[in-house]
Every structure is written in C-alpha cells, then in structure tokens.
Design a protein around this ligand. Structure first.
Ligand SMILES: NC(=O)c1ccc[n+]([C@@H]2O[C@H](COP(=O)([O-])OP(=O)(O)OC[C@H]3O[C@@H](n4cnc5c(N)ncnc54)[C@H](O)[C@@H]3O)[C@@H](O)[C@H]2O)c1
Length: 421
C-alpha cells in the first residue's frame, strides 16, 4: 500500500540542493510542495526537477520566510550556504516546521544555542544531514564497535581532505558559497563528515561529551598557486591573502577519555579522503585508498607481530543490516548511496513523528567545532571549552528512538521483522 504523503519544502537549490531534491522525491511518503532559492533560475530548476519526477508543480519562492508562512508544510530541507543554515533552521522551527540542514559548521556558539532553544521550545526536530554516518564502511565499523570487536575505544581520527581548489576560487563565477569563508575565516570549516560517525561510535551526548579542543592551522598557499596556474597573474584575486590555512589540525578531548584528531584540508592537490582511524584496546581500523585496512587481536596469530588485513572482506562479514537490506533492494543515489539513507532517516522521523537519529544536540555540538576551532587557531592553538548543549542531560538522556536508521545501536530485531514480513 502506498504511504500517505507528507508535505516538505526545500530551501537552497545550488548543486547540492538540486541533487538532494531529486533523491528526496524517491523517498516513500515525501511530497515536495514548495521550493526556494534567492536566485530565481535555481528556484526554477527546483520546480522543474519536481515536475519531471512527479508531474506536480511546487510553488516557488525567492524569500524563504514566505515559504515558512505556509501551514501545509511539515518540514523543510535547508541546503543553503554555511552561514545561513542555523538561522533558517531556527526560523523554520519557530514557524512550526521540522528542519534538516545540510552539513557545515557554525559561525558562533550563540547560533548553536538558538537551534537548541528553538527545538526545545517548539518540539520541532533539527537534524544535521550528515550523510557519512550512513556510509557503508562507517556503518559496518559501527556494527563492529558496538559488538566490542575493537575493545574500548581510545583514539579516533578523521578528516575532510578534498581538493576543492577550483570550487573555492571560482566561487563568484559559479555563485558558490565557499570562497568568502576561505577569504575571511581560519579554522576547521567542515568538521562533521568524520566527526559525526565518530561521535556516534563513542556516544557523544549520551553518556559522553566533547570537553575541549585546540586547533592549529598551516600557512595558506594552495589557492594562490592554483589561481596563478589557472587564472593567471592578472586575475583580481590571484594574490589574495586567504585567511584559511591549507591544513587545519584539531584535537578534541572527551569526558570518557577518548581523543579525536580532525584534519581540514581542501586547498592542496590530493585525492579525496576522510582518513578515518579507530583505535581501541583490541584493534585498529584505518582508511586507505582501497577500502581500508584493519588489525584486531582476534584476527592476528597469537605471538606474532600485528599486521594489516584488507578491510573489504571483513566488512562483508560484519555488514550493518541496513546496508544488507539496501544492497538487496538496490543501492541508488549520490555518494555511493548514503545520501538516500540520510534523507530516508529524516523523512521517517517527520512522517512517523519520532526524534531523528541525529538530533539538535548532535547538530549543535558537531557544528560548534567550527567556530571554536577558529577561536583556538586565533590564539595559536589554545584549548577552548566545548559547551554542553544538553545542559547536563548527557548523563541521563531519554532513550533514543530505535529502528532501521538508529545511530545509537544496531537494532537487529527491526531487520528480522522486516525479513520475516
Ligand atoms: N553532505 C554532502 O556530501 C555535501 C555535498 C556537497 C555540499 N554539501 C553542503 O550543501 C550545502 C550547499 O552546497 P552547494 O554546493 O549547493 O552550495 P551553493 O553555494 O552552490 O548553494 C547554496 C544555495 O543556497 C542559496 N541560498 C543561500 N542563502 C539563501 C537564502 N537565505 N534563501 C534562499 N536560498 C539561499 C544560494 O542562492 C545557493 O543557490 C553546503 O552546506 C554544503 O557544504 C554537502
């Protein structure tokens, strides 16, 4: 039987917004009735995507506040530029809509608190669409960690290491949001791709929390060299003194004693990597260019020096049941399939009326790393405290919602029911 449709609005239709809109329309129960971008051609592109996929014509807005005035919309996806995410999410919740926001960091701690307060006061959800929490490797590793295969987790690493030199420097020509951030800011601008999965592994905001961080940034050279090579010496920003260092390294300490290292690295030539490392008392995983490598005490031969084992065959054995189901039914969509899963998780929480697997406390804590990192870097790497957005409730939280998309545990029983049905 077809699911009853729930009405959603979409705000922000750049490259990412348009791609996600196409996928969102495939999620059961989703109807998109309104699209918005401050550029008319992009809003129109959103209208066309909905028309082509569904035959329906959504209303088009250039001002998101007008979209939020509608009372027939349950929730919005916000896929705008980094410094607009939190304020639009707050306005959406205060207008009675659940909010999902694309990834990016916060510009201030105040805006993180505003998201928390808006969600608490209105009862509306605010979910960061951190797709990497649903990637295949991350989910299999989550499954293994929750089964205790790495022992007790001690140290984690991750990064956003992505050569974005053309995307950043051609920001004006392409009307893209990153350029002005790299011109003016300096710190961990994009922390959540690996921090999200890491926080879920070590129960941040549920029995654990991030206490403090320090960030050190390198000099900034990569964008100028790229501009000289590709746009020439006369191009107006070729010699611009970009504030953002080419590599930012951030170290975080958690209440339960784990340490986390993050790398932000987007303006030097390099293949993409999120550099995931999980180190526990019984084993280690580290990402590499062919799916990762692993060593566990239980994999090695007793008495022999530890050696690396290829991760993909191990992953097959410990696949997360959500991915087993997904591969059976047909993986589709962007970024290897994880985009569709994170969208499905948000849609399910709105349609069924339960807390999303990434809640407002996760959203605030993960996004806060950006502005805290800027503060620490500005002081030469001084440690800065990370606020407790749960106001003490991290030691005594209401239980999370269990189900297919749960990121608190692997809810095997839900998949059994599905398979038997
Ligand atoms: N999760 C992922 O894998 C992934 C991948 C790519 C991008 N992203 C994120 O998605 C977001 C969008 O990325 P993008 O590459 O499309 O950026 P972009 O700068 O090309 O697009 C942002 C769009 O938002 C619109 N916008 C900005 N402020 C607005 C406002 N107040 N009202 C209405 N529209 C507004 C802009 O006009 C623009 O079209 C960013 O946060 C980015 O970091 C995530």
């Amino acid at each position: 039987m077809e699911k009853k449709k729930t009405n959603f609005g979409i705000i922000g239709l750049g490259g990412r917004g348009q791609g996600m809109l196409g996928e969102f329309l495939d999620v059961p129960g989703v109807r998109v009735v309104a699209v918005c971008d401050k550029y008319a051609d992009r809003a129109q592109a959103g209208v066309r995507i909905v028309q082509e996929e569904t035959g329906e014509t959504p209303d088009m807005y250039l001002d998101y506040k007008q979209l939020l005035q509608r009372d027939d919309i349950e929730a919005v996806l916000i896929m705008t530029t980094w410094i607009t995410h939190a304020r639009i999410a707050v306005d959406a919740m205060r207008a009675g809509k659940h909010a999902a926001i694309e990834v990016g960091g916060a510009a201030s701690i105040e805006e993180c608190w505003q998201m928390v307060r808006a969600s608490e006061e209105t009862g509306k959800y605010c979910m960061l669409l951190e797709n990497c929490c649903y990637d295949r490797n991350e989910m299999a590793l989550f499954n293994m960690v929750k089964q205790g295969m790495f022992g007790e987790i001690v140290h984690l690493e991750g990064g956003y290491r992505h050569d974005l030199r053309s995307e950043i420097t051609l920001g004006r020509e392409n009307r893209h949001g990153r350029l002005f951030n790299f011109m003016h800011r300096n710190g961990e601008l994009y922390p959540t791709h690996q921090l999200g999965p890491i926080c879920k592994l070590i129960n941040i905001n549920r029995g654990n929390r991030m206490l403090s961080l320090c960030s050190i940034t390198s000099k900034s050279r990569g964008l100028n060299v790229w501009l000289r090579d590709n746009k020439g010496a006369d191009y107006d920003i070729t010699e611009y003194p970009f504030n953002e260092g080419d590599v930012t390294t951030t170290m975080i300490r958690c209440a339960n004693g784990e340490t986390i290292t993050l790398h932000h690295d987007c303006s030097l030539p390099r293949p993409y990597s999120r550099d995931y490392v999980i180190e526990g008392t019984r084993g280690i995983f580290q990402e590499n260019s062919h799916g990762g490598e692993i060593y566990l005490d239980t994999l090695g031969e007793k008495g022999r020096e530890p050696e690396w084992f290829e991760f993909p065959p191990v992953r097959e054995k410990y696949e997360h049941p959500l991915w087993s189901k997904y591969t059976r039914e047909g993986v589709h969509g962007g970024h290897g399939g994880m985009d569709f899963l994170v969208l499905s998780a948000f849609a399910e929480s709105v349609i069924e009326g339960h807390e999303p697997p990434i809640d407002v406390y996760d959203t605030a804590a993960w996004m806060a790393v950006t502005c805290l990192s800027e503060q620490s870097a500005a002081m030469g790497g001084q440690p800065v405290p990370i606020p407790d957005f749960t106001n003490g409730m991290w030691i005594d939280r209401a239980p999370y919602h269990r189900g297919l998309y749960c990121l608190g545990e692997v809810c095997t029983d839900f998949f059994k029911t599905e398979e038997q049905a």
